[in-house]
Design a protein around this ligand. Structure first.
Ligand code: UDP
Ligand code: MG
Length: 275
């Protein structure tokens, strides 16, 4: 879409978040109004099987700043972000979860920091309200390893609350579990990155979609990340699994194929119903 740009786009991946949508929309609207900027909210319904889509549709009907992208299936948080990165008009792009664990009230400090001259600002969940053994500890270790591999010194790579300049999100290729590695991909663009503390809360409605299995996925992704720099000269590899990953990734890049399929887009800019 080659449309007129606006100041800020907020992208929110939603998978079975029916009970969180309304409060999030209300609070996000209040925050965005205080900024006095032109904005849009892009809710990406990642194949929800509850009432999420209907509730988003209602918001879309009553609020001109709401857009909804709905997937044919559950493709995962990274795919939802990728769709939002593709179909937005913001000069600044903010990502947020739907469950209010990170909160819209922290968006203004992120935007302020971008306007101080940073290309990407990460929201560090300083007091993280997740289980110590299942989430905080594995995440602490993963963060250290990612810093070690990438040289990028962030404390919370996996934070869902981030702000980017448009040029950053337009120049990275999201692939599979890569959303937690966005700062690493962005770091390869030699950008100015900042990290500032943000609030974190317990999920009060709905439930988390991730468990310990994610940790194993992260480890595999880490290894891939280390090697993905050598995408164009795979002769350096001996591990066939990695080679397979690279072929698949190359396939997505070369064919321009997306890691998601869109069923419907509700947008006042471009009212389209696919399928
Ligand atoms: N999410 C998604 N697709 C998925 C899993 C999660 O779009 O397959 C969304 C979810 O609705 C939420 C965000 O991604 O807005 C983070 O998910 P969750 O809260 O389950 O993760 P956690 O906070 O436990 O890491
Ligand atoms: Mg959550």
């Amino acid at each position: 879409m080659d449309e007129k740009k606006i100041d800020i786009s907020v992208i929110i991946p939603c998978f079975n978040e029916e009970d969180n949508i309304e409060e999030l929309h209300q609070r996000l609207t209040a925050v965005m109004k205080t900024l006095g900027k032109e904005y849009e909210m892009i809710f990406v319904d990642d194949g929800s099987i509850d009432d999420t889509f209907n509730r988003l549709k209602r918001l879309y009907q009553s609020d001109g700043s709401v857009k909804v992208i709905s997937f044919t299936d559950n493709f995962g948080q990274t795919a939802a972000l990728a769709a939002g990165f593709e179909l937005n008009r913001g000069e600044i792009v903010v990502t947020l979860d739907a469950d209010l664990q990170v909160v819209p009230e922290d968006i203004p400090v992120l935007v302020k920091k971008i306007n101080e001259g940073y290309d990407m600002v990460n929201g560090w969940r300083k007091k993280r309200m997740d289980s110590l053994f299942l989430r905080r500890l594995p995440s602490l270790i993963a963060n250290k390893i990612i810093t070690w591999i990438s040289g990028i010194k962030l404390k919370d790579f996996g934070s869902p609350l981030k702000a980017y300049r448009r040029s950053v999100i337009k120049n990275i290729e999201l692939y599979r579990g890569a959303h937690r590695f966005i700062p690493v991909l962005a770091g390869r663009l030699n950008i100015n990155m900042a990290e500032i503390p943000v609030q974190h809360f317990l999920r009060t409605r709905g439930r988390s979609h991730y468990g310990l299995t994610r940790t194993f996925g992260v480890i595999l992704d880490l290894i891939f990340l280390k090697f993905s720099k050598y995408l164009n000269h795979p002769l350096q590899f001996i591990m066939t699994g990695l080679l397979g990953e690279m072929i698949v990734k190359k396939y997505y890049i070369n064919t321009g194929r997306k890691i998601y399929t869109i069923k419907t887009i509700l947008s006042k800019d471009n009212e389209t119903i696919l399928s």
